[in-house]
Design a binder for this molecule. Structure first.
Ligand code: ZN
Ligand code: ZN
Length: 143
């Protein structure tokens, strides 16, 4: 018997609507979090001016796991992994807004263990670590 894989993690990209693929490309090119408004700004180059189109595409990408929503910045960032099962946490540099995904089973496993013990049903988990990246700290050495 082969180990089962989650069916939802098979590459969803080809099935994405055109605008969702454009939004994904915009976020990948940016390489950092963009707000929905900034995404819409970039979409204008493709003749898309309707905000609901941008929001729908972003929602869809978040649902597929190709894009992560950053609650603290009200922004969106493209997943930096080929096959993401959801980040355990995302570290956000508050100066340059660069993000780094932390993945692994330890944190989700711990949270699930707590939820099981408390009989709490988790819908979503959003962990964001705010701070300054190594580059930004080097550039501004605190006295
Ligand atoms: Zn990811
Ligand atoms: Zn930084």
């Amino acid at each position: 018997m082969n180990a089962h894989r989650h069916p939802s993690t098979t590459d969803p990209t080809p099935k994405l609507p055109k605008n969702a693929r454009r939004v994904l490309q915009i976020l990948k090119d940016a390489g950092r979090p963009l707000t929905a408004y900034q995404v819409l700004d970039e979409l204008r180059a493709f003749g898309v001016t309707a905000a609901p189109t941008a929001y729908r595409s972003l929602d869809r990408l978040v649902a597929t796991g190709l894009v992560h929503r950053l609650e603290t910045l009200s922004a969106f960032v493209a997943c930096d992994r080929a096959e993401c099962h959801g980040p355990a946490a995302i570290a956000v540099c508050t100066e340059c807004r660069q993000t780094t995904e932390m993945t692994g089973d330890m944190v989700p496993g711990y949270l699930q263990g707590w939820a099981d013990a408390e009989d709490f049903a988790i819908d979503t988990v959003a962990i964001e670590m705010l701070g300054r990246c190594a580059d930004c700290r080097r550039n501004h050495q605190d006295p």
